[in-house]
Ligand binder design. Structure first.
Ligand SMILES: [Fe+2]
Ligand SMILES: [Fe+2]
Length: 200
């Protein structure tokens, strides 16, 4: 369909974010399941429920605009989700993964905040007040989630990732030195070495 007006551009963007939200409904349970922190897991599960409502809200928007949701694929969200999955698949300490999951989730939230912010403003300019209000509801939820994720990161999860890393390093160093004194052929922990490098 040709895009010749702001209304067309808004519809294009709505189809994109509809795809993004639906991809998230599929992907978020695995992210939540891999969170070690109860608070983080609860935050992700709560946002999963909100995300389902956001899909419903977008369906209402399409109805108001008398348009179909199409079958676009949001490639940006596909990539953001793939990066989150890649991190989960790494050989990664659970406490460190929590910090990484927050980072991945916040990239997702920022993408959504950008998408909804733009679309709500288009609806505003086009005088589509009901559409704007629905989009702003979702925008507010994305912003609240982003703030909550920052609070979780700064309120202990990043620190815990750092502490867990340090204590594990100490343990690995101790083990390695004990091994070394028992046998000169000890090579130490393969995982401890690069982490130490990254921490310095
Ligand atoms: Fe969302
Ligand atoms: Fe979101």
């Amino acid at each position: 369909m040709p895009i010749t007006s702001l209304h067309d551009l808004m519809l294009h963007g709505l189809k994109d974010v509809y795809s993004a939200e639906r991809q998230l409904v599929q992907a978020m349970p695995a992210m939540a399941k891999n969170a070690t922190s109860d608070e983080l897991r609860t935050a992700m599960e709560t946002h999963l429920e909100q995300t389902k409502e956001q899909v419903t809200r977008l369906k209402q928007v399409f109805e108001l605009l008398d348009a179909g949701p199409g079958n676009m694929k949001c490639k940006a969200m596909e990539g953001l989700i793939a990066e989150g999955k890649d991190l989960i698949d790494e050989d990664i300490e659970p406490a460190v993964l929590d910090a990484g999951l927050i980072a991945a989730a916040q990239r997702i939230e920022h993408y959504e905040i950008s998408a909804y912010g733009t679309l709500a403003e288009y609806a505003n300019v086009l005088g589509l007040d009901e559409v704007r209000d629905l989009l702003e509801q979702s925008l507010d939820e994305e912003k609240e989630t982003d703030v909550l994720l920052t609070q979780l990161a700064e309120g202990g999860i990043n620190q815990f990732a750092q502490n867990g890393d340090e204590s594990e390093e100490d343990e690995a160093t101790e083990k390695a030195s004990r091994k070394k004194s028992a046998s000169k052929s000890a090579s130490g922990s393969r995982r401890a070495a690069p982490k130490k490098k990254a921490a310095s």
